[in-house]
Design a protein around this ligand. Structure first.
Ligand code: GDP
Length: 443
């Protein structure tokens, strides 16, 4: 997400920080570069221009704390403006007591409506609501079945729609069924077209008039950049959407849609899709995203992800072991397992502050998925005895482990070395009172 923009902006800021005193020319030059960076990220032309004008005006007026150096002041202004550009505050679905709360998904075909409907249903269910999925796409063959399958996978009931019923009638009946069965959240998946057309809009409007909708979420593929923004604008003019979901964000290195859509439509991004899996949907936080774009990481999302997958008892068990420095290779393996549950390593690393800088250093060790897989294979090729007491792993055992895991002795040595380094670090931390307290889970 946003990698290209991050690289460009970091270069601009590095230059800015290099100046002891900032002149108007320095700022003007930096702003020209920021504008170019935004345009290359496929940000809407007018949006990029307004952004730079606003930052320039504030930078020249220096509306910030004098405690910061001049370069830092400009960076802070850029950050604040980015947060605004991305929507300001986090916007969430209004669960406003309507019975049921009804959410309609709208967007072009292939944008990710059906998948997002399934992801939302899973999240709502996890948070204790009683969602009900409503397929209202009667044109695309198998669309009803696709939602049915998703519903089964996430354990959420699906309305028994049939392709010979008008979408508006399906929705009316689904609302009645929801009331009867106490489902409190309806998610309507509608038909999409390859292009916007009158009939599609007419049908959505008909549903809007007949059903008391709480939200109309416009779903768009982030990779389509400015096209997504234009289509969002048209949907908004016709339907008054209430929020946006950008899918396939994990593959979008530029970020033009995310950076333009709020300014152009006035409607907030509420969620971003970050993968095909049903857990790959994140609430969109403008402030965290701005930090990520500026290479400052997104530690809050990282913590939330960790909390979602880490089992409390397991975490407590490990914490106790860490305290007593009894952390074995077996525990190391468990930890790798937990990390893998959080998503791809690439996604996790993108949230770590400063990681972009590490990527730019040529010989720095680069975190990569393959290494993790190898480490796992190596530990799995050890016997239980070896995992609980690494000291017995001599040369011949190392050879056996390398052969068993399809790696080399050098690679086995590397894993053992990083494990022993970790043990050493833990011993040191144990010696310092208070150093371990930060490892407790928050809740
Ligand atoms: P619809 O026609 O709008 O209902 O789109 P679908 O929900 O059928 O999605 C189209 C394709 O996009 C499917 O292959 C989905 O798996 C994929 N997709 C949806 N959301 C995401 C996402 O956030 N990331 C990725 N990589 N793929 C996604």
């Amino acid at each position: 997400m946003f990698e290209n923009l991050t690289d460009r902006l970091e270069a601009v800021f590095k230059k800015l920080r290099g100046h002891g005193v900032l002149t108007e020319e320095h700022i003007a030059e930096a702003m020209r570069e920021v504008r170019m960076a935004l345009l290359e990220a496929d940000v809407n032309y007018q949006v990029a221009r307004d952004f730079v004008d606003s930052v320039s005006a504030k930078a020249l007026g220096r509306e910030v704390s004098q405690k910061l150096s001049p370069g830092q002041q400009v960076i802070k202004i850029v950050r604040d403006e980015l947060v605004e550009l991305l929507g300001g505050s986090t916007e969430q679905i209004r669960f406003d007591g309507r019975q049921p709360v009804t959410i309609m998904m709208a967007g072009l075909q292939g944008s990710g409506k059906t998948t997002t409907a399934g992801k939302l249903a899973a999240q709502f269910k996890d948070s204790g609501r009683r969602p009900y999925l409503v397929p209202a796409d009667i044109y695309r063959p198998a669309a009803i079945e696709q939602l049915q399958i998703l519903g089964d996978r996430v354990g959420v009931p699906v309305h028994p729609s049939t392709a010979d019923t008008k979408p508006v009638d399906i929705c009316r009946r689904a609302v009645a069924a929801a009331r009867e069965n106490n489902y409190d959240t309806l998610i309507i998946d509608t038909a999409g077209r390859l292009h916007i057309d009158e009939q599609l809009m007419g049908e959505l409007k008909e549903i809007q008039t007949a059903v008391d909708l709480s939200e109309i979420l416009f779903v768009a593929d982030a990779m389509t950049g400015q096209d997504a923004v234009t289509v969002a604008d048209t949907f908004n003019k016709n339907l008054e959407i209430t929020g946006v979901v950008l899918t396939k964000m994990e593959g979008d290195a530029r970020g033009g849609a995310a950076l333009s859509i709020k300014r152009v439509t006035g409607k907030p991004i509420m969620y971003v899709g970050t993968g095909e899996g049903l857990d790959a949907l994140e609430t969109f936080h403008p402030d965290r995203t701005a930090s990520r774009i500026l290479g400052m990481g997104d530690v809050l999302t990282l913590i939330e992800k960790a909390e979602a997958v880490v089992d409390k008892q397991e975490a407590d068990r490990i914490a106790r072991k860490l305290k007593r420095s009894e952390f074995t290779l077996e525990d190391f393996l468990d930890q790798i397992q937990q990390i893998k549950k959080m998503g791809s390593l690439e996604q996790i690393m993108s949230m770590v502050p400063g990681i972009n800088k590490l990527r730019q250093i040529k010989d720095a060790p680069q975190p990569n998925e393959k290494e993790l897989v190898k480490t796992e294979a190596i530990i799995r090729s050890m016997t239980r005895k070896e995992r609980t007491n690494h000291r017995i792993i001599d040369a011949s055992r190392r050879q056996r482990i390398a052969a068993g895991s399809g790696t080399s002795v050098a690679e086995v040595n590397r894993v053992l070395k990083s494990y022993t380094e970790m043990l050493k670090m833990l011993k040191k931390m144990r010696g310092k009172p208070g150093a371990m307290s930060g490892m407790k889970r928050r809740k």
